[in-house]
Write a protein that binds this ligand. Structure first.
Ligand code: ADP
Ligand code: MG
Length: 237
């Protein structure tokens, strides 16, 4: 069971390169990081893996099925059943409690047994005791935990996370990275784009993106990333 990108390329109408001949296959339960400078193509790759952006050429396969050539409703069905998304900003609904935020997607799906599922998802992110708090009563890290619970509540096989620690301080970011690692250990493959050099200590595989191409890091790149990565890649989403 895997997400496979096969020779994926994407160029935006303004000429910017989103991806160039990218091949990537995830392993089950693997925590994979896409590192690289701002504008290198990390978000484009995640969005193509998540069927939110269509490649110009190449193929996307999920669990043995080709999915890049499906209809709009076909891709939506795959997203709803197999994929969960986490972004830099938790983007919770302020009028709803943590539990209600997690429940929203299940309500839209018309799924039964919602209460138990919401509770299990909040338990997975250690937020059961905050279930009835509203987002403005939670810290940034707690809000991100709730957004991860929201992404996991329908039990997707894959969690796609785009800069999930980008708005958090170092210690809180580390706790979110530890959480994502435990999500992967529990069997959900995690594919994460990140600017955070600390993430290298949590992931099973680190890949680098430069100008739309994906590669295993060279020794020099790794050293530079760990020593100066935070300084040279301070922004971006
Ligand atoms: N919707 C878009 N329209 C035009 N250019 C885009 C769009 N999204 C991204 N780009 C460009 O594509 C390149 C890759 O961007 P992106 O995938 O967001 O990289 P990253 O996530 O690594 O910062 C950049 O040059 C960026 O400016
Ligand atoms: Mg990005």
């Amino acid at each position: 069971m895997a997400i496979e990108l096969r020779q994926i390329s994407k160029r935006y109408p303004n000429g910017a390169v989103g991806a160039l001949d990218v091949d990537l296959t995830t392993e089950p339960g693997e925590f994979v990081a896409l590192f690289g400078p701002s504008g290198s193509g990390k978000t484009s790759l995640l969005q193509m893996a998540g069927l939110l952006l269509h490649p110009d050429s190449g193929e996307v396969w999920i669990d043995g099925d080709r999915v890049d050539d499906l209809s709009e409703s076909g891709t939506a069905a795959i997203r709803r059943s197999k994929l969960g998304f986490v972004f830099q900003s938790a983007s919770l609904l302020n009028l709803l409690s943590a539990a209600e935020n997690v429940d929203v997607s299940l309500r839209l799906l018309g799924v039964g047994g919602r209460k138990a599922k919401v509770n299990a998802a909040l338990e997975a992110v250690a937020m059961v005791d905050r279930a009835h708090h509203r987002p403005d009563e939670l810290s940034g890290g707690e809000q991100q935990r709730v957004s991860i619970a929201r992404a996991l509540v329908h039990e997707p096989g894959y969690l796609l996370a785009d800069e999930p620690t980008g708005e958090l301080d170092t210690a809180t970011g580390a706790s979110i990275l530890g959480l994502l690692q435990s999500v992967a250990r529990a069997g959900t493959t995690v594919l994460m784009a990140s600017h955070d050099p600390a993430a290298i200590n949590y992931v099973d595989r680190a890949l680098f993106v430069t100008d739309g191409t994906l590669h295993a890091p060279t020794r020099d790149e790794l050293t530079l990333w760990l020593t100066e990565g935070a300084a040279i890649n301070t922004t971006g989403s």
